[in-house]
Design a protein around this ligand. Sequence first.
Ligand code: ZN
Length: 346
Amino acid sequence: MTNKLLPTSIVGSLPKPSWLAQPETLWSPWKLEGSELREGKYDAMRAAVLEQTHRGIDIISDGEQSRQHFVTTFIEHLSGVDFDKRETVRIRDRYDASVPSVVGAVEREKPVFVQDAAFLRSCTDRQIKWTLPGPMTMVDTLYDAHYRSREKLAWEFATILNQEAKELEAAGVDIIQFDEPAFNVFFDEVADWGVAALERACQGLKAETVVHICFGYGIKANNDWKATLGTQWRHYEKSFPLLQRSSIDTVSLESHHSNVPLEVVELVRGKKVMLGAIDVANAEIETPDEVAGTLRAALEYVDADKLIPSTNCGMAPFPRDVALAKLSALSAGASILREELVGAHV
Ligand code: ZN
């Protein structure tokens, strides 16, 4: 475990190499198949670990090199979901998408990412973080012709996620992150069953747990939505008080270049905070001073020993050189603030 002050981490995806999938495209299909695909993913993971390490990232993730989509790749491995029976639904109340249907009881018949996580474990001695979709976001990415209840389906997914999370932990994963962008949309459901389902997914884990809640990738549907949100994005005010009282260890939010008022961080006082100090909707590289400035401002609301400098969201849509330069900016910015803080305590 790292005891370093301000350990840096990324939220999720890094660009995939062009030989594995079409770059600068979200959710682009694999270019390889079968055993070549497995080798390709592992080579891409090796590169992701190497780049994160060289660029000073302390908590290492796979950069989502093993996933095509942050939700559906997990669901593909479950029974009870028919990928050929597609229906159009509105995702996160924002855009229509053709999605698979739940046609029977959902079950995880075999591990989904455990082998990939074990491989990541073998690539580094640093702490590793693995990401799974959150139950509510999974429910929101499907058409449910079986349970006919978002809450019931979420509870089934929470049970499945807990099985997977426990095996990821056994494979050496130190931190398990659940992506729940749906928490910034369905506020009543978050209070009714969303946080409870997330806690069910984390039940009995010794690994640290993170919930990542954001305003989405820098894609047009999300950017258009953000343009309607006004100058103060107070969405986190709904979920954070509930999460502050929950068993989840860490809350990940977007901050840099967003209209999220920093004082919302106070609402999860006592939790660790993964603060987005890197914009994923803009290819301009942050300067280390800008990153340090964003992090420094947050210290009014989170204790320094609980602050984890991070990105706002995933970086898959960027050209590789942009994403990698942003990793360097993140660690350089964190290092400026770390030196200030250590100096202040001598
Ligand atoms: Zn995100």
